[in-house]
Design a protein around this ligand. Structure first.
Ligand SMILES: Cc1ncc(C[n+]2csc(CCOP(=O)(O)OP(=O)(O)O)c2C)c(N)n1
Ligand SMILES: [Mg+2]
Length: 546
């Protein structure tokens, strides 16, 4: 006889069915029952972090790499701590399932003052309505399975987080007996798709110098192969945005580099901005993607296609799915062009360490890291010069660059590396993080130790909030100097290095490469006024405009 699943069991089964094998979080009494179900289930593994926000960032990175991530926390005290990481996942399109325990439905009668309650029982739900694509309270066993299906569908359809609240007295309640998750397919409007493609075909074929600008949604919607085929078919070169960096392997002969207005390389900027047909695929026109509004892209010369919008020049097309448009482009009669001269990134191998006591600079650090990177690494960056500098890094594989390049919450990188490595254990994370950001979530290295992960963490130690120093300085941009390299003593594992010179950087990187057992941390001490070439370029170009 068929056994009826409980609400908790069905939720676990569906997370697994959509690719999640880990759930990140911290339990509390409102969610202990579900934690028990999780730990008994063979389908997913619990990963306990030090802090809920760390779990949120880890789940976000996991989702970016694997296609679905999950974080599970207790009511309000845990839930509201993942509000920020969920906001980031929403803004940057990462499909994270937020599961929160909650007071039981029976307990809510007469509105008692139960611990962790803020104002009303639905206060947390209301907060998450603003931060997610869909939300639900599983308050009724009759509809719980359908509700799980509904919100999971929204998560995968929009590649954005969802919120599921599980009242503790219903975790073990059986749902309905004969339930089959409904497959939901959404189709494009055929005629609209056809006329959009017809306009695109003419525009691309008439263009003298078309260029593709690929962004994060190409990855989120698994369209990288479609992109590659389009590029091979037409010989149209590709630039990426910083949010979409590594959406195409950066060694690809058609790859120009990161386009980021004045923040990016100048030759890439000129190439893209002088194009008469910029095909923006899965792109978001955020200010960081556009180099803090220094980019100049004329709508008359653009095809703008993503999951929310399709416009070609000034025409907007409704009800066309991004996937169908991208696949449709492949079927068009687009001409195969001779590949002209395109800008290529400066060669990585040219780096020579200066011997003796030559002090390390941000520029040289990134150049050195460029030759350190291998196919078996992924780069996870935090906000600050770690992110700006990393735009010039050369990522071997596609999708193996993660950074909060739009919402830009500090504290992402260390916990994100946990989720990223669990999602793809074949790749060793190279984490680039400022000292300020490290002080926010660096303790999650403890979680890396606990679960046997081995990131190489580069702390860009410029004694404070460097990015802000360049805007306006004051004692509020200082942080306390920590002995970062001694953290292995605290965690009882890992290796730490102090790096002040180029030679020391070389040695530490060589050691880190060999030490695969646990994390390595390099405390790279930089001049507080030093900055990456990308930040330099931005400052110079902005100065020209003043
Ligand atoms: C959570 C959060 N708080 C504050 C900020 C504002 N902010 C942007 S960059 C920055 C300084 C970052 O310092 P650090 O991590 O040391 O990197 P650096 O700029 O020195 O390279 C701050 C405080 C932010 N982006 N996120
Ligand atoms: Mg700093």
């Amino acid at each position: 006889m068929k056994k009826t699943l409980s609400i908790g069991e069905y939720l676990i089964q569906q997370l697994h069915a959509h690719g999640a094998r880990h759930v990140f979080g911290i339990p509390g009494d409102y969610v202990l029952g579900f934690y028990d179900q999780l730990s008994k289930s063979k389908l997913v593994r619990i990963v306990n972090t030090c802090d809920e926000q760390g779990a949120g960032f880890a789940a976000d990175a996991y989702a970016r790499v694997r296609g679905l991530g999950a974080v599970c926390i207790t009511y309000c005290v845990g839930g509201l701590k993942v509000a920020n990481s969920t906001a980031e996942a929403f803004a940057e399109k990462s499909p994270v399932v937020v599961i929160s325990g909650a007071p039981g439905m029976k307990e809510r009668e007469k509105n008692p003052l139960l611990h962790h309650k803020v104002r009303e029982f639905d206060t947390q739900k209301k907060v998450f309505e603003q931060l997610t694509a869909a939300s639900t309270v599983l308050s009724d066993p009759q509809t719980a399975f359908q509700e799980i299906d509904r919100v999971l569908h929204a998560c995968l359809r929009y590649k954005r987080p969802i919120y599921i609240e599980l009242p503790r007295d219903l975790t073990f309640a059986p749902g309905i007996l004969y339930h089959r998750p409904k497959e939901i397919h959404e189709e494009s409007d055929v005629e609209t798709l056809r006329s959009a493609l017809a306009e695109a075909e003419v525009m691309i074929n008439q263009a003298k110098k078309p260029v593709i600008l690929a962004d994060v949604e190409v990855h989120r919607f698994s369209l990288q192969d479609t992109l590659l085929r389009l590029v091979r078919k037409t010989n149209i070169p590709v630039a990426a945005t910083v949010l979409g960096k590594s959406v195409i392997g950066e060694q690809h002969p058609f790859y120009l580099g990161v386009y980021e207005g004045a923040l990016g390389r100048d030759d890439v900027r000129r190439y893209v901005e002088s194009s008469d047909c910029v095909i923006m695929l899965g792109a978001f026109l955020t200010d960081i993607n556009l180099g803090i509004y220094t980019a100049r892209l004329d709508p008359l010369r653009t095809i703008y296609a993503n999951s929310e919008k399709l416009s070609i020049r000034y025409h907007t097309y409704e009800n066309v799915r991004f996937k169908d448009f991208m696949r449709g482009l492949l079927k068009l009669r687009l001409r195969h062009r001779a590949l002209g001269k395109i800008p290529t990134p400066p060669p990585a191998a040219a780096f020579r360490t200066k011997p003796g006591g030559v002090k390390i600079t941000v520029r040289r650090l990134f150049q050195r890291l460029n030759s350190f990177l291998t196919e078996n690494m992924m780069v996870v960056v935090d906000v600050g010069d770690a992110l700006f500098g990393a735009t010039d890094l050369f990522i071997r594989h596609r999708t193996e660059f993660l950074g909060p390049a739009y919402y830009a919450s500090m504290g992402f990188a260390v916990p994100a590396s946990i989720g990223a490595q669990m999602a793809n254990p074949k790749l060793r994370p190279l984490v680039l993080v400022g000292d300020g950001a490290f002080q926010m979530t660096g303790m999650e290295l403890s979680t890396s130790v606990r679960y046997g992960l081995n990131p190489i963490v580069i702390v860009l130690n410029n004694f404070g909030y460097g990015t802000e120093r360049h805007m306006q300085d004051g004692a509020y941009n200082d942080v306390l100097l920590w002995h970062y390299s001694r953290l292995p003593e605290i965690f009882g594992a890992g290796r730490g290095f102090v790096v002040e010179t180029e030679a020391e950087l070389d040695e530490a990187l060589a050691e880190a490469k060999k030490w695969e057992k646990s994390f390595c941390l390099l405390d790279v001490q930089l001049d507080p006024r030093d900055r990456s070439p990308a930040l330099e370029r931005l400052a110079e170009r902005l100065a020209l405009r003043l």
